[in-house]
Ligand binder design. Sequence first.
Ligand code: FES
Length: 354
Amino acid sequence: MTKDKHIIILRFSSLGDVAILIPLLRCIIDKHKNLKITIVTLGQYNALFNEFKDINIVNVEKDSKHKGLPGIYKLFNELRKLKPTAIADLHAVLRTNILEVFFRFIFIKYKRINKGRKEKAKLCRKKNKVFSPLTPTIYRYKEVFRKLGFEVNLENHIYPLKPNFPFKIEFINKKYQKKLIGIAPFSAHKGKTYPLDLMQKVIAFLQREYVVILFGGGKKETQQIKIWERAYKNVKFFSDKISFNDELNLYKLKSELILMNDKASLKIILDGKESMLAIDSSKTILDWALDNEIDAPYSCQGGACCTCIARLKNGEVEMSENSILSQEEIDEGLILTCISTPKTKNILIDYDDI
Ligand code: FES
């Protein structure tokens, strides 16, 4: 069948946010049979899409081929050659903002997710919290597709048949009669990782009733996970023994839930007013402030004028090279917010204390 429309979906990371897309895709494909779909994501998440035979996947190589502005332009050219009719930006980060400019320039319909940063900030701030339920991410994704003309009803979602256990992991199925809980204790962004001492308490508690499967990637993370695996009877780590695909099948068949890390927080003090934001390390402190309608001072936005100076009172940031602040001033806690990105959770920035 010839597909008359082609939508490109941008969702590069992270695992949880990419995985949430799956039920929505099932509904879209079921309803819009004539729609061609391309997913743009990191290669490590390809296995998530194994059940979709007709979906095209483009992998972003953000540390090599698609690095920096020239890399994003290269990615744009690769995607443009696929002749999309619309772009669904479910990521909405700096990289996709730039892609949006390119696509709009060639008149391709482009819609981006509303991440609800204002509502999240109101919920996270210290005083006058607004306890309104947040819209779940899957409904935010759905809204993007609605704006592009592809209505879906998530009530119609049907789970696919459970997979057969591959021979390699059959022993796990037989051995563990308890339900599983999957936990990803680490985040790609250091600032989003739940403190490890608290995570250890969560793991210790849950493993009393469940088999806790931990997953993670890097060398340091694996070392920590193996310590927990040795320390607790019902904590297991399979990422170095079975493929990610097999691991996913294991979760599909036996897991109760999967826990992922959530956002870090950034408190900003400006003109005596405190604002609390839910953040990650995808952009600078100044951008987080401006995107949340905080009237933070700035001018050059390139670390050259000092207008955006503030004092870092808690947490850590990564400040790219600057020609303004001396080492002494940096040691005192002064930062240029336009070139500083969050590195840890719970960051406090004071613009008034300069
Ligand atoms: S705005 Fe000029 S140094 Fe930050």
